[in-house]
Design a protein around this ligand. Sequence first.
Ligand SMILES: [Zn+2]
Ligand SMILES: [Zn+2]
Length: 44
Amino acid sequence: MTDPDENLQPADVIPKRWQCCHCGGTGVDSYSDTCQHCEGLGFC
Ligand SMILES: [Zn+2]
Ligand SMILES: [Zn+2]
């Protein structure tokens, strides 16, 4: 008897974009300028 939850899709299906590690997802850096790491998108 196996648990059907074991057959969920693999965890390697990750989002193409993620919260920016530089601005924290705000799209603005500490100087209130557009984050150059994500170009203001908030994702990188
Ligand atoms: Zn980033
Ligand atoms: Zn950013």
